[in-house]
Design a binder for this molecule. Structure first.
Ligand code: ATP
Ligand code: MG
Length: 161
């Protein structure tokens, strides 16, 4: 179905504000331009919840979380940036593996499934994810989703590739 991207992200950020740490702020900035975009809203919401809850969990009580979105020619992009613990460089290559947890996160509760699922969801809509992270400074995840997308269910995605 069709969603208005900025209204959609606004709503998710509001929901996540209810579960953030005390003095964290979730700040969403966008151009204001209406981007009506046809996608699976449930899937996109799940992706955003995973990324924002990681940003909350792996950042201190008083850190900000910056969310942006943009409208490109063929894709939409959404980024989630935090000022948290970051990901050690040697761990970065394993981030989307099932059950993987970085060495600096062992004292923080988690199962290592969130990003694995995010990656699977993005595969279903031919989306992509990239990240940049500096230990003790923060992490930015950016997703890109084509505006024209053939939504393929997992069972036929293997036939196509
Ligand atoms: P859950 O299954 O509850 O999401 P999780 O948060 O441990 O558990 P993922 O979301 O898959 O699992 O993240 C995998 C690992 O990547 C985390 O354990 C953590 O080490 C690291 N990580 C993910 N997001 C961030 C972030 N924003 N900042 C720092 N480290 C992160
Ligand atoms: Mg997680």
């Amino acid at each position: 179905s069709k969603i208005n991207l900025s209204a959609f992200i606004d709503e998710v950020c509001d929901e996540m504000s209810a579960v953030k740490k005390p003095n964290q702020r979730i700040v969403y900035t966008h151009t204001g331009e209406a981007i009506d975009f046809k996608t699976d809203g449930q899937l996109l919401k799940n992706i955003l919840i995973n990324l924002i809850s990681n940003a909350i969990k792996y950042s201190g009580n008083d850190k900000n979380i910056w969310v942006t979105s943009s409208n490109e020619e063929n894709d939409i992009t959404i980024s989630v940036k935090d000022e948290g613990i970051g990901i050690p460089e040697t761990d970065q290559q394993y981030l989307f593996s099932r059950f993987f947890r970085a060495e600096n996160a062992i004292n923080i509760q988690g199962t290592g499934l969130g990003l694995y699922i995010v990656k699977k969801y993005l595969d279903l809509v031919d989306g992509q994810i990239e990240f940049e992270s500096i230990p003790d400074q923060g992490t930015t995840f950016k997703i890109t989703i084509p505006k024209q997308t053939y939504y393929h269910h997992e069972k036929d995605s293997s036939d196509r590739r």
